[in-house]
Design a protein around this ligand. Structure first.
Ligand code: F6P
Length: 358
């Protein structure tokens, strides 16, 4: 008997179901022994509190195109993983206990950055763990691509496209705030695909005067509107120069809902121009996966299935230099894959005339 536990952790994204389906199809089609699948509900919470349901191949049928996750998900922050819960329960010990009680042969975890720290911890604690890289942010170390990212790029691009027509009708400056947490992969790609004039990213602190110069340059050239894509983690040069303590203090008294509104306010004060802010938000994580993500997640799932059948554990399945790879969890955990401001894609975007405010 091969017993596989499975959970999805952290913020959801498109193609979680496609990836789980890939794992299960591969294992069921190729295992020489009977297989039992234990689906833990709501991420690590399910493993901590022993909330699971037994799943069969049928549960994974018809979910290739379905958004969200059939298992549910939640955030169980790694920084408090060693703190007892409100009833004094040791969460790590509970996860281990439930794993052994069910006699699992392995745990498959689909998650992003924070979730990989917990996966690595469980692996170091002796559990057999295999992970798959999910997140719209594409910020996981050890893989060039995460599933969910391309679907989110599609949605964010569509949002910028929609703004384009209304911005040009009204001759307005528009800010579209794009997710991505602390990195700029999603805003950069959607910004280029959506023809943004200015893209502000966490990795390239901006000077608001450079942003204003670009808007005025466009005005003088007869362009009636300007589209600015702002990463939710964008930061000004002034703020980036602050000490951690002073920056925290600034945020404590922050009067804006997000950085985009602060930028809009500054632009209006400096130019007198009308600025509108659009925040697509969680729309970017919702709905069905795009075809690329369906294929990619299915491939990752199959590769994970292969590792399970070979009893090779302690890895995240990733994609590097156009090849599927297995990356030791210890290498992935705790690292962020940020954009290099000197990378070709940034240089090419600059050649296209896109301003990064630097
Ligand atoms: O990590 C995915 C992500 O959507 C980020 O882009 C965003 O910063 C964050 O999750 C939002 O988290 P929550 O769903 O908890 O509001």
């Amino acid at each position: 008997m091969l017993r596989i536990g499975m959970l999805t952790s952290g913020g959801d994204c498109q193609a979680l179901n496609a990836a789980m389906r890939g794992v299960v199809k591969c294992v069921l089609n190729n295992s020489k022994e009977p297989v039992e699948i234990y689906g833990f509900e709501d991420g690590y919470k399910g493993l901590i509190y022993s909330r699971f349901r037994m799943l069969t191949g049928k549960d994974f049928s018809g979910i290739l195109t379905r958004g969200g996750t059939i298992l549910g998900t939640s955030r169980v922050p790694f920084k408090t993983i060693h703190d007892p819960d409100e009833n004094g329960l040791d969460k790590v010990a509970a996860m281990k206990q439930n794993y052994y009680k069910l006699q699992l042969d392995c745990l498959v975890m689909l998650g992003g950055n924070g979730s990989h720290k917990t996966a690595n911890l469980l692996s170091e604690e002796g559990l057999n763990v295999i992970t798959l890289p999910k997140t719209i942010d594409n910020d996981l170390w050890g893989t060039d691509m995460t599933f969910g990212f391309q679907s989110a790029v599609d949605i964010a691009t569509k949002a910028i496209d929609q703004i384009h027509t209304t911005a040009s009708s009204h001759g307005r400056v528009f800010i579209v705030e794009i997710m991505g947490h602390k990195v700029g992969w999603l805003p950069l790609n959607a910004g280029i695909a959506g023809g943004a004039d200015i893209i502000l990213l966490p990795e390239i602190p901006f000077d608001i005067n450079k942003v204003v110069d670009k808007i005025e340059e466009r005005d003088k050239a007869g362009s009636r509107f300007t589209i600015i894509v702002v990463a939710e983690g964008a930061i000004s040069k002034t703020d980036a120069a602050l000490s951690k303590k002073d920056y925290k203090k600034k945020l404590e008294n922050y009067k804006y809902p997000s950085v985009s509104y602060e930028i809009a306010d500054l632009i209006t004060k400096k130019t007198g121009r009308e600025v509108r802010v659009t925040v697509p938000g969680h729309v970017q994580r919702g709905g069905e996966p795009c075809p690329y993500d369906r294929v990619f997640a299915s491939r990752l799932g199959a590769e994970a299935g292969k590792l399970i059948l070979k009893r090779e554990f302690g890895y995240m399945v990733g994609y590097k230099n156009r090849e599927m790879v297995k990356v030791p969890l210890a290498e992935v955990a705790g690292k962020l894959k940020t954009l290099d401001p000197k990378s070709d894609i940034i240089k090419e975007a600059k050649l296209l005339g896109i301003c990064f405010g630097d």
